[in-house]
Design a protein. Structure first.
Length: 226
């Protein structure tokens, strides 16, 4: 017996694929991930500050012959190694997140440039943050697995008993410090992202949560009626 609902569920990797509606959920996942890459490129080209994890990624690019997208992919898989002691289980969305966002960020960076006008740069950074909020809601709403950094956050919260907000703040503060030590870019965009991304994602998520079919255990009565 199963029921279909457009609410967030906590499904395992196999159950995510068995939950149906893949004709909507898979395209939504990849559109969200590609748009996330675009939002990163917009913030990079604004030259007004990056999201906390991208402060780290940009810092690493100053020391290794890698693009920001390549670093993003590499860091994603390092973070996935931290899932092992936390016993987090990756889904298709987890692996896709680790790869697609970095590739799409580099693709968009190859065609975008930093405008001269300050107003255009501000528009880029604000647009990038808003787009990132929508992209995050879209890939989470597809219900095909957490991203590497999201899973690290939820896993640490579950293991330590600390709130998600506190764990996320601690993680992002730590990666910003490491990124700054490496020479990463911090600015208006970083502050705007930190303040706005949570409320934006929360506001947009109800509109993009894809329906899934969740199997319900049969009750004694329903089993006996067959």
């Amino acid at each position: 017996m199963s029921t279909t609902a457009a609410v967030l569920t906590d499904l395992g990797p196999i159950a995510q694929l068995r939950a149906g509606h893949l004709g909507r959920r898979l395209p939504q996942l990849y559109v969200g991930l590609v748009l996330y890459g675009l939002s990163i490129a917009m913030m990079v080209r604004s030259d007004l500050g990056l999201a906390p994890w991208d402060v780290l990624h940009s810092g690493v690019t100053l020391h290794l012959p890698l693009t920001i997208g390549q670093v993003l992919v590499g860091v994603s898989f390092v973070v996935l190694l931290l899932w092992i002691p936390l016993r987090e289980k990756p889904g298709i969305g987890t692996i896709s997140n680790a790869i697609v966002i970095g590739l799409s960020a580099d693709a968009f960076l190859s065609v975008l440039s930093t405008p001269d006008a300050l107003a255009a740069r501000v528009a880029l950074v604000v647009g990038g943050v808003v787009l990132c909020g929508f992209a995050t809601a879209a890939y989470i709403g597809a219900q095909l697995g957490r991203g590497p950094r999201d899973g690290l956050m939820t896993g640490l919260s579950r293991r330590t008993g600390l709130s998600l907000r506190l764990v996320r703040t601690g993680l992002e503060f730590a990666v910003v410090l490491v990124g700054l030590a490496l020479g990463g870019s911090l600015g208006l965009g970083t502050v705007l992202y930190a303040l706005a991304i949570g409320p934006l994602t929360q506001a947009m998520l109800p509109y993009v949560v894809a329906p899934v079919s969740v199997r319900k255990p049969r009750t004694v009565a329903s089993a006996a009626s067959r």
